[in-house]
Design a protein around this ligand. Structure first.
Ligand code: TUI
Length: 312
């Protein structure tokens, strides 16, 4: 299953695990990398010291490449940008902004930089400033999202840039991976299915809710605030959307989500917490190890693509 992405990153399969806030800590990242994909530590809003520790713990569990996702709205983004260079992290992905100001430092440190983008314009800007690849993330994704669906975003980004494109949003099985390849992507990033893996530390209530979710069970809160976030529907999303429709202020809405992801991931409070998930939750049916998931994905994709000339 070799593509430009496996070669760029020195990995076996072109499957990247999303850098999910609170969810993607070192046990998950190391397990995905050990299984032949690219594991990613999600720095989210955590302090730089936590990220450094996570990197060091990952190195103890795997000698294979892994990455760190930097959420650029984090107050610690500048510090974390230095930590990844100091720690010799091989791959950095970024979300929720443009990483232009860190590019020179990262390139000098030999880091492969893969910004997550939700538009063609940002993909082109990222290529111009030296990105090695981009993740084109459709609105089917969980968490902070853009407007455009994966099916239309990916081929437009592929047409607009020369660097390899990784598809994300709505992909949870071999059919999704094969489809992403047909759109011109050279790899995929998946988040939601990795939430329910055995190595993922999220509370069992969170995993059970993802598994029970149907096609219509996600909601997008915060469209009015300019920070749309997709999560599984629950009491919190219900109250949020009601208040949002009534024209509530940003401050009032923020009270409903503050600390919500921690509540869901750590405490298992899936009623009032924020159970971020992509629309692909409807495709996720069982808990398994990262190794089992990646082998299943590779077999499904391979079976679909046999006879095509896609692989290098
Ligand atoms: O970043 C993500 N997904 C995330 S970040 C996150 S943490 C969070 N927690 C609570 C509330 C809000 C966030 C949870 N999920 N995906 C990558 C992504 N980046 N999606 C969309 C974007 C994006 C949006 C605007 C990238 C750039 C951008 O503007 C850049 C610019 O400067 O023009």
């Amino acid at each position: 299953m070799r593509t430009k992405i496996t070669r760029l990153l020195g990995i076996e399969y072109p499957i990247i695990q999303g850098g999910m806030a609170w969810v993607a800590e070192y046990h998950l990242a190391a397990a995905v990398s050990e299984a032949g994909g690219l594991g990613i530590i999600g720095a989210a809003n955590a302090p730089a010291d936590w990220v450094r520790q996570q990197i060091q713990e990952t190195k103890k569990l795997t000698e294979k490449p892994f990455g760190v996702n930097i959420m650029l709205m984090s107050p610690y983004a500048d510090e974390i940008a230095r930590v990844v260079a100091e720690e010799g992290v091989k791959v950095v992905t970024t979300g929720a902004g443009s990483p232009e100001k860190y590019m020179k430092m990262w390139k000098e440190a030999g880091i492969k930089v893969i910004p997550v983008v939700a538009s063609v314009a940002l993909a082109k800007r990222m290529e111009r400033c030296g990105a090695d690849a981009v993740v084109a993330e459709g609105t089917e994704s969980g968490g902070h999202i853009g407007e455009t669906t994966t099916l239309v975003l990916v081929p437009q980004v592929v047409d607009a840039v020369k660097i390899p494109v990784i598809a994300a949003g709505g992909i949870a099985d071999g059919r999704g991976i094969a489809a992403a390849f047909m759109l011109g992507a050279q790899g995929v990033q998946m988040g939601t299915h990795f939430i329910v893996t055995k190595e993922c530390w999220v509370h069992e209530n969170y995993k059970d809710m993802v598994i029970k979710a149907r096609d219509i069970d996600t909601r997008v809160t915060g469209r009015s605030t300019g920070h749309p976030v997709r999560a599984l529907r629950n009491q919190m999303t219900g109250e949020y959307l009601k208040k949002e429709a009534e024209g509530a202020s940003f401050e009032e809405l923020e009270k409903l989500t503050l600390g919500g992801l921690r509540k869901a991931v750590i405490d298992g409070d899936v009623k009032t917490g924020s159970v971020m998930s992509g629309q692909s939750a409807g495709l996720v049916k069982e808990k398994m190890t990262c190794e089992e998931l990646i082998q299943k994905l590779v077999k499904e994709t391979d079976d679909l693509l046999k006879g095509t000339s896609l692989y290098e």
